[in-house]
Design a protein around this ligand. Structure first.
Ligand code: GLU
Length: 475
């Protein structure tokens, strides 16, 4: 059975690159009816925090990247790593190293000054074990005896065949002198222990792969398949970072992106399926394959993400969007905390705006004129459209609308028509002042729909206010 994992180090929030790795693992597992494991690589205790673990889990949950097992934490598994390390020492495949950090640093500097490789010189490789190492004062790290001859070939499912010279590989430390294990070791032990069949991760780990292959071999385990994902770059072709805009996944939630849209965007960072751009989750699971992941780096394009988000807002059902927009209405102060709104009415209002709002923030702001008791006028719009010229039309409209019992878009249209025909003016001469009176600005969905959603009472109140404003203005 296919078994994959996402193994973040909790040293930051879930970011775009990490989320893409998680997504590809998730899709690969689902496509192959396999298993997806979440493993938290928190062995670096100085940089890992509980807060980041929670943040990563929150991000995964928001994107609905459900895992089947875990989250496992490496800090809960130290005994397992020690057992494996001891096994390697006993078999002569790893050794105790007594060199102090200062000595190592000194030698490293000397080697560099002489133009030599700064890697460990192997001087403890054949040392007798100093008595009383375990639990005693003698501090020792455990180093892995890295083969130094020949080459290691990585047959990567994305990168193809990549060869590494073994004499470039260091006798890396697998247990520090304080007994804590290190990345290249824990990752192999866990991938073995969790029966991982495919390691799908960022290509920043490609250089670690030959080292890990040797550890698999030393432990006597089968080597999994590797798939290293191409890097994600910013628009200036440098590695994606905060300079290019928000990189944390949850920041996109806060900016009013739908999780589906972000997932759809992330999958296209490296993967393609013909020319198709918009995919449902089912389609992604059905079509996903590693063969269609490109070799070259992907470029993060915020405009495209925004476009996709607008597409998802358009095609989502208004009830769903209604749920999602509620916290944004609260944040914008359009509704009170905990205040509820008639959801059926909200859906109707949202339907008029779906084509126009690119984010939930934009949508919430547009909903303001439907929900708020009162509106404020945009100064320019007010000066241009609320004036003596429009006053008579507005008064007439208000009187006519007051007598309409069926306050529906078609009836409203008739009422508008009557007035413009009578005065021989264009629709805009009436519709724009009304738009300003109702929404405060000059842009909105079709005015009849807006009035229908707003309802008779609020419509009349706002027309009245506009008429008064003109009076005050011209006094
Ligand atoms: N913990 C590593 C990281 O966050 C990933 C290790 C792996 O996938 O092998 O970069």
């Amino acid at each position: 059975m296919v078994c994959v994992r996402f193994a973040p180090s909790p040293t930051g929030h879930l970011h775009i690159g990490g989320a893409r790795t998680a997504l590809f693992n998730y899709l690969y597992a689902r496509h192959n009816n396999g298993k997806f494991i979440l493993r938290i690589e928190d062995t670096d205790r100085s940089r890992s925090t509980e807060e980041y673990i929670d943040a990563i889990i929150e991000g995964m949950r928001w994107l609905k990247l459900e895992w089947d097992e875990g989250p496992f934490r490496q800090t809960d598994r130290f005994d397992i790593y020690r057992d494996y390390a001891n096994k390697l020492v006993n078999e002569g495949k790893a050794y105790y190293c007594y060199c102090s950090p200062d000595e190592l640093e000194q030698r490293r500097k000397e080697a560099l000054a002489q133009g030599k490789s700064p890697k460990y010189d192997g001087r403890c490789r054949n040392k007798e074990r100093v008595q009383g190492v375990e639990g005693s004062r003698v501090q020792a790290a455990v180093r892995f005896k890295m083969p130094q001859e020949g080459q290691t070939v990585v047959d990567d499912l994305i990168k193809g065949t990549v060869s590494f010279e073994n004499d470039q590989l260091d006798d890396l430390i697998i247990l520090r002198s304080d007994g804590t294990p290190t990345y290249n070791f824990t990752v192999v032990v866990d991938d073995v222990d969790m029966k991982i069949t495919h390691v799908i991760r960022g290509d920043d780990h490609l250089n670690n792969t030959p080292k890990q292959i040797h550890i698999y071999k030393a432990l006597g385990y089968e080597i999994p398949m590797f798939a290293h994902l191409p890097m994600i770059l910013g628009s200036d072709k440098t590695r994606l970072s905060k300079r290019h805009g928000a990189t944390s996944v949850m920041a996109y939630k806060e900016m009013g992106y739908l999780y589906d849209a972000l997932v759809n965007y992330l999958v296209r960072l490296g993967w393609a399926y013909g020319d198709q751009e918009v995919f449902s989750r089912e389609e992604l699971i059905k079509y996903f394959s590693l063969e269609n992941v490109g070799k070259s780096s992907a470029v993060f394009n915020p405009e495209k993400l925004l476009w996709l988000n607008s597409q998802y807002i358009i095609k989502s059902n208004p009830e769903e969007i209604g749920e999602l927009v509620m916290p944004f209405l609260e944040n914008a102060g359009i509704i009170q905390k905990g205040q509820d709104i008639d959801r059926k009415w909200l859906s109707k209002a949202i339907k008029t705006l779906q084509e126009r709002a690119k984010t939930l923030i934009e949508l919430a702001n547009s909903l303001r004129y439907y929900i708020a008791e009162d509106i404020e006028y945009d100064e320019k719009a007010k000066t241009k459209f609320l004036n003596e010229k429009s006053k008579a039309l507005l008064i007439e409209l208000k009187d006519n609308l007051a007598s309409i019992s069926d306050f529906s878009a078609p009836e409203l249209e008739k009422a508008f028509k009557l007035i413009i025909e009578k005065h021989n003016v264009k629709l805009g001469a009436l519709a724009q002042p009304v738009r300003v009176a109702i929404t405060g600005g000059t842009e909105s969905p079709g005015i009849f729909e807006v009035l229908e959603v707003l309802g008779k009472e609020k419509t009349l109140k706002r027309l009245e206010k506009a008429i008064k404003t003109i009076d005050n203005f011209s006094m």
